[in-house]
Design a protein around this ligand. Sequence first.
Ligand code: HEM
Length: 419
Amino acid sequence: MNQTSIWQQILDHSHRADPYPLYAELRKTPVVRVEDGSYVVSTYREIVALLHDPRLSSDIRNLPELAAGASAQGPDEGPATLPPSFILTDAPEHDRLRRLLTRNFGPPHRPDRIDSMIPHMFEIVTSEIDGFVGKDRSGTTRVDIVDDFAYPFPVTVICQLLGVPRQDEPRFQAMSDAVVRAGDPSTGGIVERQHRRAKAVADLGQYFAQLLDARHGRHGDDLLSGLLSGDGDETPMSPDEILSNAALLLVAGHETTVNLVTNGMLTLLRHPEVLDRLRRGDEPDLAARVVEELLRYEPPVQFLSNSRNTLDDIEIAGTTIPEGSPVVLVLASGSRDPDFVPDPDRFDPDREHNEHLGFGGGIHYCFGAPLARPETQIALSELAHRLKNPRLVVDPPPYRASPSLRGPRHLLVDLDGVN
Ligand code: HEM
């Protein structure tokens, strides 16, 4: 099997439940050029080097062909294109936008923001689990961990953080789905996907513009209000920058966490000894270690494929990636590289060192990690404590389409009630 056909198989839905043997094949050639001209990088050392290399840009405006595609303005005269959100920019533009958001998000400027959400996270999770069985708490019940739990939970949290009304979910969900689909290389060519992505982000921007208009300048304690009030000595975000970064936070804030919680429950049900330890609750840092190991072993973001491109020729692992080439970093393969982690295919929350790539690395290291970690720890601990005798109904479960943002579409579990 050649490297290009391995990559095709990874993109193919039939391998979604277990892409890891294919990643092992891929790592035999750490850097490989695939059919669409992208360079796919699959080994830990090379991925880390590139995540920290300023010659690898995240800004598609450097690739004229892609930049032309990334206009939201099609023949149907849709909404105008917004400036790129900070995930799609390089320093120094990136750093200014990220600093402005950090000031309003969490530690060190606003540690209270996430801390104050923790009791609310417990409330949401408690009421979702109560809802599994209605008033009758015993008897066999079948639940879908995705639709009944892992999806609504982070949506509610990110809405609260941004000051978005929870009942607007049906309005923003289709646009959010469209952003995710545009990141899926199996749905079309790079240029066409960039266009779809820009269109979906512009639609989300329009939604946020209407939301802010309806507030008539009244500010609350949410993150959007913080951005609008623009305190500090940095040049504040322009109105369009606020819209595109709000869209990024809304999408990134839930489309990833849903998969980590679901991958987590699936992995725990396949490793009942770890589920039992979590249920007993006598190891205070176990939930945190389980979540870090999940980010290594079953990460929601399998690879970064949207926008990375080379600003210069880059020589890596004996291959020269020419200037102006799209690059795909296969984070999930790097985190299972046996040269970096012993016994990589074993789920082991007791590992001493776990420098996984689940949240990326370098200047784009996940901005939402301080929120995603407690969310997932609370979700999995409460499921472990409260579900009586949970059993998987279908294994492997059906998966969502995307190979890059990967997770089950449904996870059916039978229970004998809840505690
Ligand atoms: C960036 C993963 C949750 C917001 C990233 C990146 C990864 C990642 C791999 C790097 C992207 C790149 O280098 O291009 C995850 C996972 C999550 C999660 C696995 C959940 C388990 C969240 C949440 C938020 C968020 C809850 C929002 C509150 C962001 C943003 C960036 C980012 C804004 C871009 C950062 C930058 O460009 O500086 N995330 N994420 N993420 N994430 Fe997350």
